[in-house]
Design a binder for this molecule. Structure first.
Ligand code: SAM
Ligand code: SF4
Length: 485
């Protein structure tokens, strides 16, 4: 995989493998230390916060140093092959720690759990406990089981679990931005993707619990929430019933007691005008004009949409089972440009999918020319066992061609990221200050409404968590630089 490094919190490469630490719950210390490390998407980081909440209640304390831990968890991602390899290598390091400290519990959580349970537990003997993303409530029992000398597994997927009632502790938080899961799983079955197998069926979380969590975050000083789901546009909740799967209607027209994604966005926007609302990921087949109008209506819903295209060619999109074609995608882009004033758009692209020709790859390039994305995540196709594509199609594009195509689109995206950034020069951006810039404590950094990272000098009259207006004076392809006005 080769990603273009872009300033996007949802898929933050710099956080991969990050250890998460928090204060112990008052009066509940059981004397045991938990080390938890996370990989993959924001959903996984958000899940680690749920895991930490559950174990905090059991009296665990967290540590950033695995050599002093009593329980080591690694929250895994299996979206691409290299992610799996990374975790396996890490587990081998933990096995060495186990030799030094008998009684140390090592566990695998998350997306790799189901697929690799027998391999990690029985064959490679790398772990004591394997827990899937819907079984975190069972963790205290599973740890007890391991303490009594047994191996423990729970990889059952659920049709109901949303952890709605668990108020996640915020790990390594800056106290300003927080992720809020609004749904789990995915029903889409894109042919290249393991998520439907690792995270199960799609289910939405009760909107009242989402609003309550966002209100609580605001009251604690947070100023930005990012609503998370694999396909947020198919969020759907029917009052008085269990959560529902996606609607079959794409232009949703819910009855009085149904909350769709546009309704949810509005509810969260109304928590407080000072709370910024972001969301990810949108699916081109489901994003409705109603959602776009809601974004445009509320100043605090950010003008930024991550709309993964994957390929610009209709035949490849059909093989990918994305259920839209090139024209449909362009129609959605045009709708965004028409309805929302000044909206940034980012995307995900896969190069070298099965049977992709040079001409078909070129359709992706021309799509990039059409949209001129602000940011993009670009990947080489990586065949994942068990997926529809692995069953149906040969992974027949040579590595070198995949790589060349990837390099071509990475170069193209760099041009367009720079072009988009340059277009902001001379404009005033409303920025939510997140903290000091990575390079200097003389500068603050924060994001614009359109999700661009903005750097500007520290000043006495403003501090992290506040909004400032910044006049943009120059840019790189990833950052805007300016001064407060
Ligand atoms: N649900 C989101 C969507 O539909 O776009 C994102 C899912 S996935 C966690 C994030 C991205 O990983 C996808 O958009 C896709 O570009 C990439 N991806 C998923 N499976 C892949 C594979 N087998 N090979 C390469 N890239 C893959
Ligand atoms: Fe995977 Fe497609 Fe679901 Fe995204 S929408 S998680 S790519 S199956």
């Amino acid at each position: 995989m080769m990603d273009l490094v872009i300033p996007d919190k949802i898929h933050d490469e710099s956080r991969q493998g990050e250890a998460l630490v928090l204060e112990p719950a008052a009066g509940k210390n059981n004397g045991r230390k938990l080390y938890i490390e996370s990989y993959g998407c924001a959903m996984n980081f958000s899940d680690s916060e749920i895991v930490a909440s559950i174990l905090l209640e059991q009296g665990f304390e967290t540590t950033a140093d695995y050599s002093v831990a009593d329980v080591i968890f690694i929250n895994t991602c299996s979206i691409r092959e290299n992610a799996e390899q990374r975790v396996r290598n890490r587990l081998k390091e933990f096995t060495v720690a186990k030799v030094k400290k008998p009684g140390l519990v090592v566990g695998v959580l998350g997306c790799m759990a189901e697929r690799l349970k027998s391999k990690f537990l029985e064959e490679e003997k790398l772990v004591d406990v394997v827990v899937g993303p819907d079984a975190y409530r069972d963790l205290p029992n599973l740890i007890d089981q391991v303490d009594s000398g047994q191996k423990a597994v729970n990889v059952l997927l659920s049709r109901e679990e949303t952890y709605a009632d668990i108020s996640p502790v915020r790990l390594n938080s800056n106290g300003i931005n927080a992720f809020v899961s609004i749904m789990r799983g995915c029903d889409n079955m894109c042919s290249f993707c393991v998520v439907p197998f690792t995270r199960g069926r799609e289910r939405s979380r009760d909107p009242q619990s989402i609003v309550a969590e966002c209100t609580d975050l605001f009251n604690k000083g947070y100023r930005e929430v990012t609503l998370l789901g694999q396909n947020v546009d198919s969020y759907k909740w029917k009052a008085g019933s269990e959560s529902e799967g996606p609607s079959s209607e794409s232009e949703t027209n819910p009855g009085d007691n149904t909350t769709n994604f546009a309704n949810l966005l509005e509810l969260v926007a109304l928590v407080n005008p000072e709370l910024r609302v972001r969301f990810s990921t949108s699916h081109p087949k489901d994003i409705t004009d109603e959602v776009l109008h809601t974004i445009n209506k509320y100043e605090n819903i950010c003008n930024y949409i991550h709309l993964p295209v994957q390929s610009g060619n209709s035949r490849i999109l059909e093989m990918m089972n994305r259920t839209y074609d090139r024209d449909w995608y362009i129609n959605r882009i045009d709708a965004i440009r028409r309805i929302i004033t000044d909206c940034a758009i980012s995307t995900d692209v896969i190069t070298g999918f099965c049977t992709e020709t040079d001409e078909e790859h070129n359709d992706t390039v021309t799509m990039m020319d059409y949209v001129k994305y602000d940011f993009a995540y670009m990947f080489k196709y990586s065949e994942r066992p068990g997926t529809l594509a692995a069953k149906r199609y040969a992974d027949d594009i040579p590595e070198e061609i995949k790589q060349n195509r990837l390099q071509q689109i990475v170069a193209k995206q760099q041009e367009y990221s720079f072009y988009r950034m340059q277009a902001r020069i001379g404009k005033v951006e409303k920025v939510l200050i997140e903290g000091y810039s990575k390079k200097s404590d003389k500068d603050y950094c924060g994001r614009s409404d359109q999700n661009a990272m903005v750097i500007f000098p520290v000043g006495e009259n403003y501090k992290p968590g506040q909004y400032v207006n910044v006049l943009i004076e120059r840019s790189t392809s990833a950052t805007l630089i300016g001064k407060v006005v």
